[in-house]
Design a protein around this ligand. Structure first.
Ligand SMILES: [Zn+2]
Length: 419
């Protein structure tokens, strides 16, 4: 048959599995040596040994992947891609031993990003995000989640959503939006977190729903997320926010257990959240609850690394409990300006003590499940979208083993070579 693209002669072609991989099954790569893959339009038609695929199919576009590894495009299921400015001065202070109070006094912290983002137009938000999205793509990420959360008031939050949707339309990186109006308590509510929680519940989430139905009703609803942590939203407030989102039909996520285990993960599991993210100080009973649930545990190892902290996600315990584990960058200006899932994989191997095969599955099929895209993304199984990357390495174990340089030589998105 005539195809639009054939990739052939790969030293290793990693198919992975059509469905996400839970618990001890994590790490099934399903490797074809001297592998090939045939694409028609945006979709994968067939995978198999090179002689078989080249014997059956023809294409004007052939990519010879000799001595290289082909795998699904990486999925980054937790990013704060859209923001204005940077916090390099804050990093400099913090790393020199400056306290939280000194950092705030010097104009740092999330409030500084909020101030700049509130002052920005949609165009300015898009323009600052484009180079970040490009770096994500050339490092092998073909789909990413992106959150609002630097507005903390309805108009800026809606401009951030609009910016995310425009970036998604512009491509080639696909973006999956999340409303994170409950990212932090804004300055003007610093004395009354409950009043801001009430605003999120009574006005912001319903306003997002109305805006969405008016402007983007052809897209599925965005995720709603909340930062459950001391100094942000407590367990009861986080539950109010997620419950309201569920009532209005939104899929949900939570930031939980980054610094303190407040019970957010167990609560999110009960509410049927699609993912629970960070999970560093997760209580034992919440790990057990995760293991029995469909909620994906998203670990963000670039964040403790970025903060020079020593505690990471107890990934092995989550896997022993039977949970779904995924990885993400947490790309954000305060704690983890990291656009590379390759670097996250290298960190996960060392600090979560998972193997390269497990980290690859956690960054593809399981990461796709964390954003409800596993039916179309995350594996090279026939019928899925032809999002794939080619690494200039002789075997997949180099991903994780090596770090600090970009191993990606080619990125294919929806069947087209985009890098
Ligand atoms: Zn985050």
């Amino acid at each position: 048959m005539m195809m639009d693209l054939i990739v052939h002669s790969a030293a290793q072609l990693l198919i992975l599995t059509h469905r996400p991989q839970r618990g001890s099954t994590l790490g099934q790569l399903n490797i074809i040596e001297d592998g090939a893959l045939a694409v028609s339009g945006e979709n994968i038609i067939e995978v198999g040994p090179t002689p078989e695929i080249l014997g059956k199919h023809k294409s004007e576009i052939l990519i010879d992947a000799s001595d290289r590894v082909v795998l699904p495009g990486l999925v980054d299921p937790h990013t704060h891609l859209v923001w204005i400015g940077d916090r390099s001065a804050e990093f400099d202070l913090r790393i020199a031993g400056g306290s939280y109070v000194e950092i705030m006094a010097a104009g740092g912290g999330i409030v500084s990003t909020v101030r700049k983002t509130r002052a920005a137009s949609v165009e300015e938000m898009v323009n600052e995000a484009i180079p970040k999205a490009h770096r994500m793509l050339i490092h092998g990420t073909t789909t990413a989640e992106a959150k609002t959360g630097y507005g903390l008031e309805t108009p800026t939050e809606l401009r951030m959503l609009e910016a995310i949707l425009r970036l998604d339309d512009a491509g080639p990186l696909d973006l999956v939006p999340t409303f994170l109006g409950a990212h932090a308590i804004p300055e003007e509510y610093s004395a009354d977190a409950q009043a801001y929680t009430d605003l999120v519940v009574q006005e912001m989430i319903p306003d997002v729903k109305d805006w969405w139905e008016k402007n983007y009703s052809h897209h599925p609803l965005p995720f709603v997320d909340v930062f459950c942590e001391n100094g942000a939203f407590d367990l009861a407030q986080s539950k109010q926010i997620l419950q309201r989102a569920v009532e209005l039909g939104f899929p949900t996520k939570i930031h939980a257990d980054e610094f303190n285990g407040l019970g957010g993960t167990g609560m999110a599991v009960e509410l049927g959240a699609i993912s629970a993210d960070h999970l560093v100080q997760t209580p034992a009973e919440d790990i057990i609850a995760l293991g029995k649930s469909e909620t994906v545990a998203v670990s963000l190892p670039a964040t403790p690394f970025g903060l020079a902290e020593s505690d990471y996600t107890p990934a092995k315990r989550i896997l022993e409990a039977g949970g779904y584990l995924a990885l993400a960058t947490d790309l954000n200006p305060g704690t983890a300006w990291c656009e590379s899932m390759q670097f996250v994989i290298a960190l996960a191997c060392r600090y979560l003590k998972i193997t390269p095969a497990q980290a690859i599955a956690a960054s593809t099929i399981n990461a796709a499940a964390a954003i409800k895209r596993d039916s179309t993304l995350g594996s090279l199984t026939p019928g899925k979208q032809a999002d794939l990357i080619i690494l200039d390495v002789p075997n997949y174990k180099h991903l994780g083993y090596r770090f600090g340089t970009n191993l990606v030589s080619t990125v294919v998105k929806r069947g087209k070579v985009v890098h």
